[in-house]
Design a protein around this ligand. Structure first.
Ligand code: TXA
Ligand code: MG
Length: 355
């Protein structure tokens, strides 16, 4: 099967195209579509066969639950058995938007969609193409990120075609996404709500709105005996083909360390990849240097992270070194994805090494 790739106008999606894509989903097929975070691989969330097709297309383990996307607030009560007050407050404030909530599931949601769990992840995306498609499909679209399991999430339609072009029915090309990192996930099945995956909506923004919110311990501790609660967070995701290490410390020390590594690789007739900021990119003399964006504009860094990792996959690099990006608001989300891609390999440089 070769996916039909159709360009859609984000602001004003052609109703005929949306209708056609909606029909594919209603009949149990798969359609990839843009959201404000990353591209999603959509199937009818209430059809167990469609969910199984999603797992097969991605090569994803079927115990890793899918997010159900809705396009009207009213639809939430159809798929969950309870809406805690604080979940209602977050929905009012952040939906439509890059926030996913885990709630107890209603009978109607098949276990194939929830990876066998009694809870369901729900998101109401803000992207107009996503919203139109969800409505045309009957209101409930299960959609993981539209990448092959283990590869960086897609931020443009070309990435989806690269990974899934032969495995799905249609790709709606709505151009580059807005955010570039997956939604923040908050779990309401515990006493105190817990963030299972950091994203554009930060822990502070959540706390300001509903009070106490915890961060999943599995995200904070890199000890392998503590597993993150979201099944998908335990896999080595977003992995580039070459080994990736994050180098952290005073700027000058980081630049010197990476330059030395690039130099040594070159002597062995090898090349390294370097992920730098716009401010430091020109300070690296060897290897393939990619600027991820300016430290002054952290949204730029979030938006380019997956694209940069993907691009290194098509280069012959023996290793990749990345600067660390602990930016003020999205730093938690950016570093969570970058460290996962690096399999938690981090090189800490102290003040000493700067001399
Ligand atoms: O931004 C996003 O959320 C994108 C777009 C397409 O909406 N979707 C996305 O889906 O990132 P996916 O499948 O790649 O990631 C979903 C994450 C996984 O880590 C999964 O384990 C977790 O959510 N998850 C889903 N349902 C869950 C549940 N009931 N309990 C705990 N974790 C859950
Ligand atoms: Mg994913």
């Amino acid at each position: 099967m070769k996916a039909e790739v159709v360009v859609v106008d984000k602001k004003n999606p052609d109703p005929e195209i949306i209708e056609k894509a909606g029909q594919i989903l209603k009949k149990g097929g798969l359609v990839a579509f843009p959201t404000e975070t990353v591209y999603g691989l959509g199937g009818n969330a209430l059809d167990p066969m469609a969910s199984m097709k999603i797992y097969a297309a991605k090569g994803r383990p079927s115990d890793n639950p899918l997010i159900v996307h809705i396009a009207e607030l009213d639809k939430l009560k159809v798929i969950v058995s309870e809406i805690p007050e604080k979940a209602g407050i977050l929905a009012e404030k952040f939906w439509p938007g890059p926030l996913t909530m885990i709630l107890p599931k209603a009978e109607i949601v098949p276990r194939e969609t929830t990876g066998g769990l009694d809870s369901v992840a729900v998101r109401f995306p803000s992207d107009p193409v996503a919203q139109a498609l969800i409505r045309a499909a009957g209101g409930f679209v299960a959609a993981p990120s539209a990448n092959t399991s283990g590869r960086p999430s897609p931020t443009m339609a070309g990435h989806v075609e690269e990974d899934l072009g032969d495995a799905i029915d249609m790709i709606l090309d709505g151009g580059q996404v807005g955010i570039g990192l997956e939604s923040t996930i908050i779990d309401f099945t515990e006493e105190v709500p817990v963030v299972l995956r950091p994203g554009y909506i930060s822990l502070d923004m959540l706390k300001e709105t509903i009070g106490e919110v915890k961060m999943d311990r599995g995200l904070l501790i890199t000890d392998s005996s503590v597993h993150p609660k979201a099944p998908g967070m335990k896999y080595r995701h977003y992995a580039p083909k070459a080994d990736l290490a994050v180098v952290e410390g005073p700027e000058e020390a980081v630049i010197r360390y990476i330059n030395t590594a690039a130099d040594e690789a070159e002597k062995k007739k090898k090349r390294v990849g370097i992920i730098a900021s716009a401010e430091t990119a020109s300070r690296y003399g060897k290897g393939i240097v990619r600027s991820i964006g300016s430290r002054e504009r952290e949204e730029e860094i979030a938006l380019h992270l997956y694209e940069v990792l993907r691009n290194f996959d098509s280069d012959e690099v023996s290793a990749i070194y990345s600067e660390a990006f602990y930016t003020p608001r999205m730093g938690q989300a950016i570093m969570n994805r970058l460290l996962k891609a690096a399999g938690h390999k981090i090189i800490h440089l102290s003040q000493e090494e700067e001399k």
